[in-house]
Design a protein around this ligand. Structure first.
Ligand code: ADP
Ligand code: MG
Length: 453
């Protein structure tokens, strides 16, 4: 191939320019702008994509188009291979299968920070307030003894990595002279192993022990790696003793982690540990609105509410549902509407999502189970057993169908949406405390979602 003077960057730039004219604008900015070229051989172009979902999408929808465009551009047959960006937190997914030609390293190794993950892009809610406040404080004044180490823990997709990088980005911006390393625990492990293989563990130690701020993501992956833990222990101590800031994330409270040496765990607990909980409904709505705006989408409130009702545990899921809807709309050239969103949510949740039921079905079933008529269930009466049954019915409608609050209010005798929200919360709370309520709700929910035929 006669491209000795052409770099992979120019090849990709030219190809991208041609692609721009072959797909709708929105598809172009969603799928092609975020791609980084990594390497070019005479038969392959390696492209780096932001995450696993992106990879699956582009691979199945656009590979042929990219390869055709490359052919037009270079007059030679080049296959496209993908690799997921290490910043996606999905390192080690060597998607292309083949060993990749690494991108030449810039002289000063950058701190591996994802610039998208900032404090301002992080939506605050009761579920993450404390973690965010602690992270901000550390970012502003790294090395305060009470906040060292800072451990941020919680379930998947709740924003731990986001906060970790936000700390790094903030410090890098305010104090460019400070040396920051941000790495996953796997990266730390791999670096260590490769230093053993290359016989330069000294260099490894120097690299990690010379930083001012050490940010390590997902320390639970250190479990059962004795030698790496040993290394990390020494790195930790050295940094800690000289007042350098250490921030760690983990999938659970350090005291509950298994497969980690006790002395390491006790170090992890010597500073401040803050948790992030799953976002509640209002926070999910706020996150969805922010993500929609970020993607240039103007989603009507009932759609946002519908998504926030169904996708519950995980911010990452909320985000990828938005991307899916966006992709779907741009590929089919259709406006985003409720039907499309329902489909996307259904794809995501599979069997859990039952859309065929109606509010009337649920009211009917609750009426049977409680021996109260459907009329009184939706009436204005405030008699105790009635209120309870009504609240259960409302709760089930939200849980199973995800009916918007306002609409539910209309179905239940013209109540306003705060009353509906109050009903859902009451049942949510009572379910936790009262076995009788829990049993009733679970039983009804199961009957309704898996009807006996
Ligand atoms: P974790 O590391 O806890 O598994 P991440 O930090 O990777 O989760 O978060 C998953 C995705 O959700 C990221 O894209 C992140 O930006 C986003 N996210 C999580 N929490 C929030 C939040 N409170 N506000 C805005 N985006 C969030
Ligand atoms: Mg993470």
């Amino acid at each position: 191939m006669d491209n000795l003077n052409i770099t992979y960057e120019t090849v990709w730039e030219n190809t991208k320019e041609m692609l721009r004219h072959s797909v709708p604008d929105q598809a172009y900015s969603t799928w092609f702008e975020p791609i980084n070229p990594i390497a070019l051989t005479d038969s392959e172009l390696i492209l780096e994509v932001p995450n696993q979902f992106f990879f699956e999408w582009i691979e199945s929808h656009y590979t042929a188009l990219i390869e055709r465009t490359l052919w037009k551009n270079l007059q030679s047959e080049i296959k496209v291979k993908y690799t997921v960006s290490p910043e996606s937190g999905q390192v080690g997914l060597d998607i292309a299968g083949a060993p990749l030609t690494p991108k030449p390293k810039p002289p000063q190794e950058p701190p591996q920070l994802n610039s998208r993950y900032t404090f301002s892009a992080f939506i605050e809610g009761a579920n993450n307030q404390f973690a965010r406040a602690a992270a901000t404080s550390v970012a502003e004044t790294p090395g305060q003894p009470n906040f060292n180490p800072l451990v941020i823990y919680g379930g998947v997709g709740l924003g731990k990595t986001h906060l970790l990088h936000a700390i790094g980005n903030h410090i890098a911006h305010l104090r460019p002279e400070l040396k920051i390393i941000c790495a996953t625990s796997e990266k730390f492990t791999l670096d260590f192993i490769s230093s053993i293989q290359k016989n330069n563990t000294v260099e490894f130690s120097r690299k990690y022990r010379s930083v001012d701020v050490l940010l390590i993501d997902d320390v639970q992956f250190f479990q059962n790696k004795e030698q790496t833990q040993e290394q990390f222990f020494h790195t930790f101590n050295e940094l800690y003793q000289s007042g350098k800031q250490i921030v760690l994330t983990a999938d659970r409270y350090p005291g509950e982690m298994s497969g980690l040496q006790d002395r390491l765990l006790s170090r992890f607990q010597s500073g401040l540990a803050v948790d992030i909980q799953p976002p509640d409904f209002e926070v999910r709505v706020a996150i969805l609105m922010a993500k929609a705006e970020e993607n240039g989408l103007d989603l009507p409130y009932d759609i946002v509410e519908f998504m926030a009702t169904h996708i519950k545990n995980n911010v990452r899921e909320l985000e990828s549902t938005i991307i899916r809807i966006l992709a779907h709309s741009s590929l089919t050239n259709r406006e985003i509407d409720m039907a499309m969103v329902k489909q996307a949510v259904k794809d995501r949740l599979g069997k859990q999502f039952i859309s065929e039921l109606t509010i009337e079905d649920i009211i009917g079933r609750v009426s049977e189970a409680t021996n109260l008529t459907e009329e009184v269930l939706i009436s204005a009466s405030r008699k105790k057993p009635l209120v309870e049954a009504r609240q259960v019915a409302i709760y089930l409608c939200r849980e199973i169908i995800g009916t918007p609050l306002v609409e539910l209010g209309l179905h239940f005798g013209g109540r306003d949406h705060t009353t509906i929200l109050h009903a859902c919360r009451t049942i949510e709370k009572r379910k936790k405390k009262e076995p009788r309520i829990k049993q009733l709700v679970t039983k009804l929910q199961q009957e309704l979602t898996f009807p006996l035929t």
